[in-house]
Write a protein that binds this ligand. Structure first.
Ligand SMILES: [Zn+2]
Length: 277
């Protein structure tokens, strides 16, 4: 191997180490959009694992128009014109979860919709999922796990399609990597920021966890909550940090039992819950 090549490889390795240790990301926004589109296709053709909700279409329309789009309209959502923000409902009444893929595809399970009891609670979760896409958490983790391998092989001039190959494997296996605590915390923080410009109570990201706690579900591993807990660690700590965040910003601390301004329980019952049954 020529000396010049070795030097290039050395520089690339240094860059990778720097990237991995500072939370940088070797993927582009276009990669995010491509990954998301691939995963969405995969989800739609894997009915044994993911079933698209085929009930009353007005539910999705309602959530999209009244919750999803207004959150995206927040000036804090920076990539709304870059990513393909899209909402989908997945049919599974026992899964209390939601997730986002790179590039802005957000999926909410009917189990979660049935469990929540206000538009604010759903808005908090959706804001959180939008933040995972905006903050590029999935590709950040992919960089940490595969960045070295990808960049090293690119630097060696081997297999320039390796990025695509690795991504394709992740997508095909639908490997939804567990979110780190730091990512979860950042998404909660951004949910509060995004909701600040909507009609919803901005701290509502914690409502879901508060309800889980009061229902004694946090300690349970089975029956739908298991997948949630495996991808969303430590819900109790997240209630505390959200409360601290709200207090620091001088915002009122309300819990999921609150009614009145910014909560929208009756609307949730009428437009979502009643139609899901
Ligand atoms: Zn999350």
């Amino acid at each position: 191997m020529e000396k010049k090549n070795l030097k290039i490889i050395f520089i690339v390795l240094i860059l990778i180490i720097a990237a991995c240790s500072t939370g940088l990301n070797i993927f582009t926004d276009q990669d995010e959009v491509n990954f998301g589109a691939q995963m969405d296709q995969e989800i739609r053709k894997t009915p044994q694992q993911y079933v698209i909700y085929k009930g009353d279409p007005s539910i999705k329309d309602y959530i999209d128009k009244n919750i999803f789009r207004p959150i995206l309209a927040s000036p804090e959502v920076a990539k709304k014109s870059v990513y393909k923000y899209q909402l989908e409902i997945l049919q599974n009444d026992t899964t209390l979860n939601a997730f986002a893929t790179p590039g802005g595809y957000v999926y909410v399970y009917t189990g979660l919709l049935k469990y929540l009891d206000s538009e604010a609670a759903l808005a908090g979760v959706i804001g959180h999922e939008i933040a995972h896409a905006e903050r590029r958490h999935a590709t950040q983790r992919m960089t940490e796990m595969y960045g070295f391998q990808i960049l090293a092989s690119l630097a060696l001039g081997q297999n320039p399609s390796q990025v695509a190959e690795i991504a394709a494997n992740l997508v095909t296996g639908l490997t939804l990597l567990a979110n780190s605590r730091a990512n979860e915390d950042e998404s909660d923080q951004f949910s509060v920021k995004y909701l600040a410009s909507t009609k919803y109570y901005p701290g509502s990201v914690k409502f879901f966890f508060e309800k889980l706690r009061d229902d004694g579900k946090v300690a349970q591993r089975g029956s739908g909550i298991g997948t949630f807990l495996s991808t969303h660690p430590d819900p109790i700590a997240r209630i505390t940090s959200t409360d601290q965040r709200l207090q620091a910003q001088g915002l009122e601390i309300k819990n999921y039992k609150a009614t009145g301004k910014g909560i929208y329980k009756d609307e949730y019952k009428k437009n979502i819950l009643a139609k899901l049954r």
